[in-house]
Write a protein that binds this ligand. Sequence first.
Ligand SMILES: NC(=O)C1=CN([C@@H]2O[C@H](COP(=O)(O)OP(=O)(O)OC[C@H]3O[C@@H](n4cnc5c(N)ncnc54)[C@H](OP(=O)(O)O)[C@@H]3O)[C@@H](O)[C@H]2O)C=CC1
Ligand SMILES: CCCCCC/C=C/C(=O)O
Length: 501
Amino acid sequence: MAMAELLTTEQYKKLAKELKFPSKSIIDGAPVSAASGRTYSTYNPATGELLAQLPACGAQDVDTAVACARSAWADGRWAKRHPADRKRALLRLADLIEQHALDLSILESLDSGKTIFDCQTVDLPETVNCLRWHAEAIDKIYDQVSPPSNDHIALIVREAIGVVGLVLPWNFPLLMLAWKIGPALAAGCSLIVKPAEETSLTALRVAELALEAGIPPGILNVVTGSGPEVGEPIGRHPDIDVVSFTGSTETGRRFLKYAAESNLKEVVLEMGGKNPCIVMDDAEDLDSVASHVVNGAYWNMGENCSAISRLIVHADVKQRLIEKIIALAESWHVGDPLDPRNRIGPLVSEEHFGKVQSYLGQGERVLYGGTTSEGRFVHPTILELEHNRVRPAREEIFGPILSVITVDSLQEAVEVANDTDYGLAASVFTANGKRALRAARSLKAGTVTVNSFGEGDITTPFGGFKQSGFGGRDNSLHAHDQYTQLKTIWLDLSGSETGEL
Ligand SMILES: NC(=O)C1=CN([C@@H]2O[C@H](COP(=O)(O)OP(=O)(O)OC[C@H]3O[C@@H](n4cnc5c(N)ncnc54)[C@H](OP(=O)(O)O)[C@@H]3O)[C@@H](O)[C@H]2O)C=CC1
Ligand SMILES: CCCCCC/C=C/C(=O)O
């Protein structure tokens, strides 16, 4: 997809004034209020300005959405459509999102505090790419045939699972929506989406575009409201077949409990990280290493489950590397997210700002930054830690704070890297190919990058080990496993003793 054309702040602000903000949930193809009539306010994290009042839905609204999704599933209005038809509709949705990319980027930036630069150059293009990729897969996935005996043949087929609950985080509202709805719609499921309360606007807009694209009513339902009031009823609903969740490990754990206490629905959890980046003394091109570290640590304000949060660096290169990181971080301007020169916007909420701030001023040596500015802005920060047992090394901060831990060998580096409850992503920089591969194989993480840091790609599975992940993967064809189940169909070929047909 071509690089989006960036405008001036004044142009973005003018367009923002003309935007129409969604104000209803979407159930069965129609805009609806909460059954209780209650609403909540959603604000622009950069200015505190009120953006919209949205329905504060609850269990009754979840019941309605599930009943609609179930009846849409039962009559086959989406699941039983010809695969080529489903593919066309999903491609059309991707096209419509692309046509509305500028408006959606502004809406996303206003709602979440993400910079317009990131929204236009990453979130929107990747959202479109993700939906197209899964749409294209619809008529290219084949089932299997197994040879259990000479007298039998068995078909191993994948069937769409049915009604799906998708509970989303606030850090990549559109992109995480796409990561979940792309494969779920491709599989033919009916969906109930619960966006994060703070960042629901773009999901609602996408649900409107889905109807325009020809995805039938009742297939993509979006129910707004809080975690306890909408998320929990989804988790506990007896007529939902699978929940796919992205968010904190603490909330992910709750979904396992909800499932255990209800219908044992399948649960897929994509949760936090405390991602190590190992840099050895023989790492080539420290300028490039520094650039990967800065991107990995500060992109999206560090509000990223796969952000680099622990730099585990060999003593012999530490000083030089830190100097280069600081020089690059200087160009990560902090401020108005609608200014396309800025790379760091505000944190998403007052509560989250408070959490991130709580890691500053706690006695760790500040090598860079450590400051905040009015309006929930945290400046790119580097903390030097004496060891891996202190709070900033153990807890997911989810802000632009990089912790540095010094080591003397690759062995020690891998031990420190693995000394965490999380296991989402890791990276290792060394010129020695064999050692790099050995380290990659020893690192307990769902994704390991060697001599680079990458967020992955639609073609590669994304998910974690240990308390970072459970039950499945987003992205790639493996994502379809979340929304399908395997069925074996045996065919009897016996009957001829002589071998005659
Ligand atoms: N892995 C990741 O990508 C993410 C990790 N995080 C981590 O989690 C921390 C806290 O962020 P937070 O927003 O609270 O993350 P949560 O995990 O609480 O939120 C993720 C989603 O779960 C919903 N939810 C919250 N509580 C419940 C519940 N009791 N039952 C069912 N659903 C629920 C939320 O709803 P709502 O917010 O509307 O109440 C939201 O839609 C962050 O600081 C960060 O460390 C956060 C976001 C993404
Ligand atoms: C272009 C890829 C962006 C990947 C962002 C992944 C973040 C996931 C999360 O925080 O859950």
